[in-house]
Design a protein around this ligand. Structure first.
Ligand code: BMP
Length: 273
């Protein structure tokens, strides 16, 4: 497993170009925090991105919950990602046949391929969804190819999640089949020990993003289940994703700094620093 290595070491050897960039950002900012900016207006979203930008590695959006999505949203996000050196992850969770997801990803109302570095999908439809999204992002005439990557939603944090067992192991199979596009997983732990019918490449180093991270709550009334940054990173998370724990805190900037510090200390402890 590569999880004992530093982010800098993984940045130099990683087979995937966007993963290299992600690890470089983490190291430069000493942050493995992804904030889920689940607010519902462009103003709130850009305001959060600007205030929290210095402390995060990735900004995760649910762009379809904005009541006023438009050019100002995407231009604002792109400018702030440059200003603060973070990557954008649109949490659209594609889950459909290949022909449909290509149209949802590229063009359409939301133009996700234009502005989001990282996307994710469920593999419920089978391997074709990964192939279809890879085909769009790696098309010869697509201008951002080296800056696009996919996370496979291999597990979920909600109570009673069905993303377990054969579903999770197929997630690993597909990641191994498309290593130039798949960065890794959204999962609650490292998937290195998960059985897979596809052999691991010698340079395999999937990046683990873990959602459901919160320092002060165990869950919500709709089945969300939380763990702490220490717990998530101890179980193999490379990046911790926190939403309400940060943006709904009395002082979101202070909260972001606290998650940054705890996430970084847990990472240092894991690499033995
Ligand atoms: P919060 O920290 O406020 O509970 O937000 C969690 C975020 O992560 C939400 O944006 C949710 O859509 C997302 N998420 C999750 O909570 N569990 C999963 O298994 C996958 C997710 O994408």
């Amino acid at each position: 497993s590569k999880s004992q290595l530093t982010y800098s070491a993984r940045a130099t050897t990683h087979p995937n170009l966007l993963a290299r960039k992600l690890f470089q950002v983490a190291e430069a900012k000493k942050s493995n925090v992804t904030v889920s900016a689940d607010v519902t207006t462009t103003k709130e979203l850009l305001d959060l991105a600007d205030r929290l930008g210095p402390y995060i590695a990735v900004l995760k959006t649910h762009i379809d919950i904005l009541s006023d999505f438009g050019e100002a949203t995407t231009e604002g996000l792109k400018a702030l990602a440059e200003k603060h050196n973070f990557l954008i992850f649109e949490d659209r969770k594609f889950v459909d046949i290949g022909n449909t997801v290509q149209k949802q990803y590229h063009g359409g109302t939301l133009r996700i391929s234009e502005w989001s570095h990282i996307i994710n999908c469920s593999i419920l439809p089978g391997e074709g969804i990964v192939e279809a999204l890879a085909q769009t992002a790696q098309a010869p005439d697509f201008p951002h190819g080296s800056e696009r990557g996919l996370l496979i939603l291999a597990e979920m944090t909600s109570k009673g999640s069905l993303a377990t067992g054969a579903y999770t192991s197929a997630s690993v199979d597909y990641a191994r089949k498309y290593p130039s596009f798949v960065l890794g997983f959204v999962s609650t732990r490292s998937l290195n020990e998960v059985e897979s019918s596809v052999k691991a490449a010698s340079d395999e180093d999937f990046v683990v993003f873990t959602t459901g991270v919160n320092l002060s709550s165990k869950g919500d009334k709709l089945g969300q289940q939380y763990q702490t940054p220490q717990s998530a990173i101890g179980r193999g998370a490379d990046f911790i994703i926190a939403g309400r724990g940060i943006y709904a805190a009395p002082d979101p900037v202070e909260a972001a700094k606290q998650y940054q510090q705890q996430g970084w200390e847990a990472y240092l402890a894991r690499i033995g620093g």
